[in-house]
Design a protein around this ligand. Structure first.
Ligand code: APR
Length: 252
């Protein structure tokens, strides 16, 4: 972990009351949640990502896609929030507002105690009706049987409530994310490569709105050039050091 970057980031955050946090796959790496690409291991290696995570792939073989998501849900269920997730959840009390925007679909921010992160890529534990009749299932154990299950309301397939290749992000959620990052006094960007749009554009939007950007990542990213500060290190090592032991901030 880089000491100089960490100390500078701590002093920057000392005056901040409204903090926004953007997280990506690296946030959950130390929880053992495989990234989308890592998850294509073993048995699944022979499938193309478009087959497993696109509307066309699902229509071509719904059972295959459903099984892949069922397997990933098991991996997520077995994972635990790491010290980085917990540090963010605990730090919420020290800011007047701490808002999390996440690209992760694993629900680990909520399990760590963070309230209502904006999940711009959806959540693997939720399912919804493919035909947009509006039916949603919040818990995998509530799902009707079948591969994939049928929507009890309209008989269409149920699909995971995540954003697939070729799909638009939910416009309401993206707008909420933009408002959070541009309305904050600082933006912390944790564990994202800055390669996948439109999430990768959020730090630049914040910067244009005059919000200082701090990146936490063990490796260089595509968006390092727009950062005011870079703390080199992992989420579970840096976030407790950065956010732990801060004095409570007044409401403002
Ligand atoms: N702590 C912090 N960052 C880490 C850690 C760690 N322990 N381990 C790896 N990283 C960093 C990597 O250096 C990299 O910059 O996490 C980043 C992961 O990059 P990606 O896999 O590209 O993840 P992300 O930016 O979230 O990708 C966006 O792409 O696969 C799709 O929809 C999926 O939400 C995902 C999106």
């Amino acid at each position: 972990m880089s000491g100089a970057g960490l100390e500078a980031a701590k002093s920057m955050l000392a005056a901040v009351r409204r903090l926004a946090v953007l997280t990506g796959a690296g946030m959950s790496a130390e929880s053992g949640v495989p990234t989308f690409r890592d998850a294509q291991a073993g048995l699944w290696r022979r499938f193309d990502p478009q087959q497993l995570a696109s509307p066309e792939g699902f229509r071509a073989d719904p059972a295959l896609v459903w099984r892949w998501y069922a397997w990933r849900r098991e991996l997520v269920a077995a994972a635990q929030p790491n010290a980085g997730h917990l540090a963010l959840a605990q730090a919420a009390a020290r800011f007047s507002r701490l808002s999390i925007v996440t690209q992760n679909v694993d629900g680990l921010h909520q399990r760590a105690g963070s309230r209502e992160p904006i999940e711009i890529h959806g959540n693997i534990l939720r399912s919804r009706c493919l035909a947009e009749c509006g039916a949603k299932y919040e818990r995998p154990e509530d799902l009707p049987a079948g591969e994939p299950p049928r929507c009890p309301d309209c008989g269409s397939w149920l699909r995971p409530d995540v954003v697939w290749f070729g799909e638009m992000l939910d416009p309401g959620r993206l707008l909420a994310a933009e408002e959070v990052v541009t309305g904050a006094e600082a933006l912390l960007v944790v564990g994202t490569s800055g390669l996948v749009q439109p999430a990768a554009g959020l730090p630049a939007q914040a910067r244009r709105a005059g919000v200082p950007v701090i990146i936490v990542n063990p490796r260089p990213t595509e968006i390092d050039q727009i950062a005011d500060l870079i703390v080199t290190g992992t989420a579970a090592a840096v976030l407790p050091a950065l956010l732990g032991g801060m004095a409570a901030r007044g409401v403002g």
